[in-house]
Ligand binder design. Sequence first.
Ligand code: SF4
Length: 322
Amino acid sequence: MKNNNQEVLVHVEHLKKYFSVRKRGTLKAVDGVSFDIYKGETLGLVGESGCGKTTCGRTVIGLYPATDGTIEYDGKDVTKIGNEEQKWFKKRVQMIFQDPYASLDPRMTVGDIIAEGMDNFGLYTEPKERQARINELLSLVGLNKEHASRFPHEFSGGQRQRIGIARALAVDPEFIVCDEPISALDVSIQAQVVNLLIKLQNELGLTYLFIAHDLSMVKHISDRVGVMYMGQMVELATSEELYSNPQHPYTQALLSAIPIPDPEIERTKTVLPLEGEVGSPINCGSGCRFASRCKYATEECSKVTPELKEIKEGHFAACHLF
Ligand code: SF4
């Protein structure tokens, strides 16, 4: 899982994605986020519901048009490319969706679901070749070729997520956004799906953006982890560094709430409560968005937005304390 490649595959700079909300103003779902994703790594993206992590992932792969900012994929700014290059980009990036129940069309066979992307891109057009590719993908995700003629309702949640993974792999992508791919699954199945994603990454050289709110699973799969709060990136570091040495007050509070599987330590550990009102991402102005919940907040915090700065090699935080 550990990736030492420093070649940038995805470069995101000052990315913004705003939505207008009728009669209320502008929802700043993603507001000036910057990060790189290296070839072959997994970048985890965490934060509470509504922090903008899913919108960020969807915008990066072009499912939402960006309001502002740059998204470079393999050196090309994909917010400015024409139709032909869009096709090139769409074949390279795929998404695994959160809900394996809602994301598979119940009227289609598993084989047709998996082959949809191949059909759209005109790949594996010979029927025999197409079937062989479907069988290969089914085996890659731990299913078998008999499953191709069945329908989604005949499968468990974990198996459906495997079908979703096979569908994402069908067009040979390089980069996959995994949007909370395990949160709808039973705990007993979650580790199996995560281990499958790790195995596929090793075998196929994939790069992942892994979005989740389960911090312990993110630690397991990610090389580096970014923490989002109200549309902004507040901390980014290697997985090891972030979990052992969190610096931003929000990250510290999030991590302190993770249960530790040792009853002795769990009983004596200090949980930092997240108190105070969560601000609204609609029409929010300048200042630190975490200020209303932060025990270190000063006057400066409510006026000046902290920039994401490198506070130690490879460790970035957006906080006036640094
Ligand atoms: Fe707290 Fe101020 Fe840092 Fe924001 S900038 S996290 S309010 S200390």
